[in-house]
Design a protein around this ligand. Structure first.
Ligand code: FAD
Length: 456
């Protein structure tokens, strides 16, 4: 019988364990099934859907060149995916299904249900870990428990990594099969194609060009007006590239010098990604939007008016507004600003962090449950290894520090673009009036005082 590879968040032919193993075992056919309504329930952005769709078209070309057909289907919910898979398995005389694991709760439940169902009809289910550079559960403390704090996790992660296979898998060999490609269902959506190139090859190009400048990352990564980060997050979120491939390419960049790899700042960010995924695997309840820290104080009194001003980039705090408009216009926000925007909403406006988490998911092209939830809980001090409650980033001092000349603000808040680099961070009342820019929606000093009292 044939081997069916079910593509999900692993839209690549290289370093894809499920695809690789299936091709070792027999003749491969591939399928991707979009679950439209499920995705809406998970609040995923239209931009992300568009990026997935275009990446699938690229994936299909790559697979076809290997003699593998890819059927692209769509349905409403995860249950429907299971039904469709069963039909495909019957129609195509499939005796084994192969896929790489996903870690959020609804996904793991669906996969377990599928596995039970297929085992009953004698179809072999083979599951792999393709999303993490180290298999989940490998990194544990001396008591055999998962880490809750990043720094010791990273230390232990490095020790494990030194002994783990670190070479990404190659693409599978070409197979001799005849097929006519099926009609594709259309579920495409709009996104900024001028900013984001879809597909595996585009991801590798981005990685290579970033690696040329990776030595500057440490200094440039916090300056939003500069393209100092890899901008690979949208690719990592849908698996057009894997974390393992990124880490391996970085090691190659350092000519195999492990000490340089493990001391690298960008490497550290990739381990944060692993950390948040592991946290979700160990704590499935996070997928129900519970605070990680059950004792965290959660007195969120901020209402819709504040939330709305924040979403629209009309808070009257130029750096926050620039950040939110970058998100709304491009589907991406710089990491420094994600922290600022999140702390502003949660701690200074006292709006429930879940509202912000959801809005980010609804707009981000790189929306990723584990990283987004981890980021929001870090900022709101409700998370595993989060900022202490009293850490509240001041929009004004952050703006002066990380956007010293106001270049980033000028780009996204054009009504302020004529202001000089001193006043652009905090325009006067008269300037706001004449430029049509709103008054601050909160009094920073008072809001900070209130937050500290409430959260202490
Ligand atoms: P780079 O700086 O080049 O980093 C390389 C890769 O490492 C990223 O692509 C990402 O996969 C990973 N990474 C970097 N920083 C983090 C981090 N703090 N946590 C986890 N992984 C990280 N990232 C997402 O991918 N999806 C999200 O939905 C998301 N939501 C966030 C929400 C908040 C409130 C915060 C504070 C952070 C969030 N992040 C999220 C993490 C981070 O902001 C983005 O990964 C990063 O800005 C993406 O840009 P880049 O690819 O240029 O990153």
């Amino acid at each position: 019988g044939k081997k069916l590879v079910w593509f999900r968040q692993d839209l690549r032919i290289h370093d894809n364990p499920a695809l690789y193993q299936a091709s070792q075992d027999g003749e491969v056919i591939g399928v991707f099934i979009e679950a439209r309504k499920q995705r809406q329930q998970h609040h995923e952005a239209e931009a992300k859907v568009g990026f997935i769709y275009d990446s699938l078209i690229e994936l299909r070309k790559e697979l076809n060149a290997l003699g593998v057909p890819l059927d692209i289907l769509s349905c409403d919910y995860f249950e429907d995916q299971v039904e469709l898979l069963c039909e495909i398995i019957k129609e195509n005389n499939v005796d084994g299904i192969y896929f790489n694991n996903e870690y959020p709760l609804n996904e793991t439940k669906r996969d377990a249900a599928l596995e039970t169902k297929l085992k009953e009809c004698g179809v072999e289910v083979q599951r792999f870990h393709g999303d993490l550079a180290l298999e989940p559960g490998l990194v544990k403390n001396k008591q055999g428990e998962p880490y809750k704090v990043f720094t010791p996790y990273k230390k232990a992660w490095i020790e494990k990594h030194k002994t783990a296979p670190i070479e990404p898998l190659p693409k599978p060999d070409k197979q001799n099969s005849e097929f006519t490609e099926q009609v594709t269902s259309e579920f495409t959506q709009e996104y900024r194609k001028d900013l984001w190139s879809a597909g595996e090859n585009a991801a590798y190009e981005k990685l290579e060009s970033f690696l040329n400048d990776v030595d500057l990352y440490k200094d440039k990564r916090d300056i939003p007006s500069v393209a100092g980060t890899s901008m690979l997050s949208a690719h990592l979120a849908i698996g057009t590239i894997s974390g393992k491939q990124c880490i391996h390419a970085l090691l190659r960049h350092y000519e195999g010098d492990e000490a340089k790899l493990y001391g690298d700042t960008w490497f550290s960010e990739l381990v944060w990604r692993e950390f948040y995924r592991q946290l979700l695997i160990d704590n499935p309840r996070l997928a129900k939007h519970e605070a990680y820290n059950l004792d965290a104080k959660e007195t969120w009194t901020g209402g819709q008016d504040l939330f709305k001003a924040w979403k629209q980039g009309q808070t009257g705090f130029p750096i926050i507004d620039a950040a939110m408009r970058q998100l709304n216009q491009t589907g991406w926000m710089h990491n420094r600003l994600r922290m600022n925007a999140a702390m502003f909403l949660n701690k200074l406006c006292l709006v429930d962090w879940r509202w912000g988490e959801r809005y980010f998911m609804q707009t981000l092209i790189d929306g990723d449950f584990a990283s987004n939830n981890g980021g929001w809980q870090w900022c709101s001090s409700t998370g595993a290894d989060s900022a202490p409650y009293f850490r509240i980033m001041s929009p004004l001092s952050q703006s002066k520090r990380f956007d010293a000349n106001g270049d980033f603000i000028r780009k996204y808040v054009p009504e302020l673009k004529e202001l000089d680099k001193k006043s652009i961070h905090e325009p006067s009342k008269a300037q706001r009036e004449s430029l049509g820019y709103p008054e601050p929606i909160i009094d920073y000093k008072e809001a900070r005082k209130k937050a500290l009292e409430l959260l202490a």
